[in-house]
Design a protein around this ligand. Structure first.
Ligand code: ZN
Length: 413
């Protein structure tokens, strides 16, 4: 794995031109959508319209279950993943051999950034089921790790594998890592790296500190987006945001989630992450809205990797607007986490009304540790100071909010 890389600009600009020409030649969806933009350059990509998942879904027919953005011939497709949809019908994500190889390359770069090294052992808890996370598993072989898959939903098997096979690393969702740290004594295990992915939260400071304490290990996070690529981003040992492991394959942008306007990629900028394929073949996407709300860091990273780093604050789908203020449940969890160890770190936002817009105060259940002296007022005023939102804090006993082995739920619907 090379550490340094060339400035992305020239190679990416060339890939973009080729990707665009490919789309005009093969994609019915983008030929319509991008009429007039045949000569677009990467530096002007923000002029192109955004691509929404619903638009792609609307083109799905019984004859073409992928949608009209499908570019490849059937014989070119070597893998078909699904993403879970809210409508009950999955979206299919087809990949050619080169697409799959690029996914694994990017994913391997993202996970290798964590510091795991060839020859080490890693226990994974993803299922190689229909979802794209299965493709991340190939990244571990690519890095040269000894991969020990234990799958989802078998805690006993996982704990045994850690005990008997003495892996240096584990990979799982942050919720599951927290669940294990709460219920098992893992501090003195062989694990010295916990790689978290699959949901936001692994980068929240208090939450991460608790995981690191529980596991006696360094925690780094990785992130991808089902429709576009698995583990596109991965954090290095500096633990200061995720680097783009899929550089050369994917181009990132930021937009304002409400207006759709482009936001300059400057240090500290925050917005919705928008991604474009640069070298994809089966069903490439341009300016795809990920619904991930991220904060950008552009200061040089001591590890030497180039390009901006991101931290994911939450899903724009989870965002609530409380008297004009955008609030992410994960951001509330982060502030509450400052009160650790008096709080467990688990919260549940309970909106009073359906929909995004809420009237203050916003009800939030906060789990407290046994015998902890916690002041609900202190939590409420800290949230108000940091996030500018009025909440109504309900303290609930530790263990009363739902735990999940996969993704934790932060909002009661
Ligand atoms: Zn770094």
């Amino acid at each position: 794995m090379r550490r340094k890389r060339r400035s992305s600009t020239n190679a990416d600009a060339e890939s973009y031109r080729a990707q665009l020409a490919y789309l005009f030649a093969r994609s019915a969806f983008y030929r319509d959508k991008l009429a007039g933009f045949e000569r677009s350059e990467l530096e002007d990509i923000a002029e192109l319209p955004l691509t929404e998942k619903d638009e792609l879904r609307a083109t799905v027919t019984p004859e073409n279950p992928f949608g009209s953005h499908l570019c490849a011939d059937p014989f070119e497709i070597v893998r078909i993943y699904s993403t879970s949809g809210t409508t009950g019908t999955p979206s299919y994500v087809p990949l050619t051999a080169s697409d799959l190889d690029n996914w694994v390359t990017g994913s391997a770069r993202s996970y290798a950034a964590s510091g795991v090294e060839p020859g080490q052992r890693i226990v994974s808890t993803y299922n190689a089921g229909p979802f794209v996370a299965g493709a991340a598993l190939d990244a571990f072989d690519r890095i040269g790790l000894t991969h020990i898959p234990v799958g989802t939903g078998n805690t006993e098997r996982l704990v045994k594998a850690v005990e008997l096979l003495r892996p240096e690393a584990v990979v799982m969702t942050p919720s599951y890592a927290a669940y294990l740290a709460e219920n098992f004594d893992l501090h003195d295990s062989s694990v010295d790296r916990v790689l978290v992915a699959g949901e936001p939260g692994g980068g929240e400071q208090a939450f991460r500190a608790k995981l690191e304490e529980g596991w006696g290990a360094r925690v780094t996070e990785a992130m991808g987006i089902g429709d576009l690529g698995v583990s596109l981003w991965g954090e290095c040992e500096e633990q200061d945001g995720m680097h783009l492991g899929a550089y050369g394959f994917v181009h990132p942008e930021l937009i304002d989630a409400v207006s759709g306007e482009a936001i300059a990629m400057e240090d500290g900028a925050a917005g919705e992450l928008v991604l474009s394929h640069l070298q994809h073949r089966a069903a490439p996407l341009l300016r795809f809205r990920t619904r991930d709300h991220v904060v950008l860091k552009t200061s040089p990273c001591p590890c030497g990797r180039a390009g901006p780093r991101i931290r994911c604050i939450g899903r724009t789908d989870d965002m609530l607007i409380v008297r004009g203020v955008n609030v992410f449940p994960s951001a509330i969890r982060e502030v509450v986490g400052e009160f650790t160890p008096a709080v467990s770190g688990h919260i549940l936002v309970k909106p009073k009304a359906p929909g995004v817009k809420q009237d203050p105060p916003l009800p939030v259940a906060v789990e407290v540790a046994p015998d902890a002296a916690v002041d609900a007022d202190a939590i409420r005023s800290r949230i108000r100071d940091v996030l500018l939102v009025q909440t109504q804090i309900e303290l609930v006993p530790r263990g009363s909010l739902q735990r999940s082995e996969y993704k934790s739920r932060l909002v009661a619907h």
